[in-house]
Design a protein around this ligand. Sequence first.
Ligand SMILES: *[C@@H]1O[C@H](CO)[C@@H](O)[C@H](O)[C@H]1NC(C)=O
Ligand SMILES: *[C@@H]1O[C@H](CO)[C@@H](O)[C@H](O)[C@H]1NC(C)=O
Ligand SMILES: *[C@@H]1O[C@H](CO)[C@@H](O)[C@H](O)[C@H]1NC(C)=O
Ligand SMILES: *[C@@H]1O[C@H](CO)[C@@H](O)[C@H](O)[C@H]1NC(C)=O
Length: 333
Amino acid sequence: MKVFGPVFSWVLLSGVLLQAVAPWGAARPGKARHCDAPKTQRDFNSFLWRVNRMPPHPPAYLFGTIHVPYTRVWDFIPNSSKQAFHSSKNVFFELDLTDPLTISKLTSCQLLPHGENLQTLLPPDLYCRLKRHLDYVKHMMPYWMTADQRGRGLYADYLFNAIAGNWERKRPVWVMLMVNSLTEWDVRSRGTPVLDLFLAQEAERMGKTTGAVERVEEQCHPLNGLNFSQVLFALNQTLLQHESVRAGSLQGSYTTEDLITHYNCGDLSSIIFNHDTSQLPHFINRSLPVHDRLTAQQIDSYFRHELIYKRNERMAQRVSTLLQRNPSQYTTV
Ligand SMILES: *[C@@H]1O[C@H](CO)[C@@H](O)[C@H](O)[C@H]1NC(C)=O
Ligand SMILES: *[C@@H]1O[C@H](CO)[C@@H](O)[C@H](O)[C@H]1NC(C)=O
Ligand SMILES: *[C@@H]1O[C@H](CO)[C@@H](O)[C@H](O)[C@H]1NC(C)=O
Ligand SMILES: *[C@@H]1O[C@H](CO)[C@@H](O)[C@H](O)[C@H]1NC(C)=O
């Protein structure tokens, strides 16, 4: 017998890669705001949208996720969203992160062409600063890790290699993103799956059919498409910022904390429209010289165009196609 189960479509507010794209304008002082924990289910805000379809087709759902450890947001996700997930037989993510092929494609997309490495590619002074910074991170890793992480058998060396191993073979844009993510905050949150990965693992565990609405290349190629001078600029700016944090002259970023707060408060407009909290790169710094500011603006608008607008359109089209297909194609019992 065929049963028409609901088709659950997840469309994500931010990308797997965007997760890594922490802001260059990261040095914003001030603590993250807190929003009161909801007291009743009705007080919960939700990033769940229901798409009603003509009977006998069941409704489909869109759910906005966030790439942070799921434990930071799980208690703020209302039961209705969790219920929709449970009742769905098909779940579509942006990428299929449970597929080893996806991971290996992501990894190879980040590598320089065969035979090239950063030492020969980068200007010597920039290369030295990069190396010095990564040595510093490696040194700090054991102090940054939490007792909980150690208790779960994570080692500092292992963690460093998992994040930064093979960095000399990576394309500079990916090294830049990596440097950005190698903060104490990020290191402390490693080892817990981010929300999408957690849901993908749950979906798999519950025997749901999973799929993806994006291909790795579609996320990866736009980032590789920045030209060399733009990448050098971004890497330099990123290093300058992290060097300042290291020197104690600049506070670390609360941006991810802010994003979590907005998510937990159900504050969609802040997540999407507030530059300070978006995970899109933006490092337009008012004190930059005019020429540098122009470069920063060009990179910013390039990312905005490639990673937000074009991507939204493409994903919307895929979701629309999925919704129009006969649900029986997806759900069989
Ligand atoms: C802006 O750039 C200047 C000069 O490069 C730097 O000293 C300052 O720390 C930067 N500010 C932020 C918020 O990144
Ligand atoms: C939400 O779901 C949990 C777990 O299924 C349940 O224990 C709780 O009572 C539910 N809360 C409401 C208000 O429905
Ligand atoms: C890189 O792209 C920017 C913006 O499109 C352009 O102004 C610049 O000349 C390019 N640089 C190189 C080396 O191609
Ligand atoms: C990095 O940026 C600083 C400040 O804008 C500049 O003085 C320096 O020449 C840049 N270094 C490289 C390697 O681009």
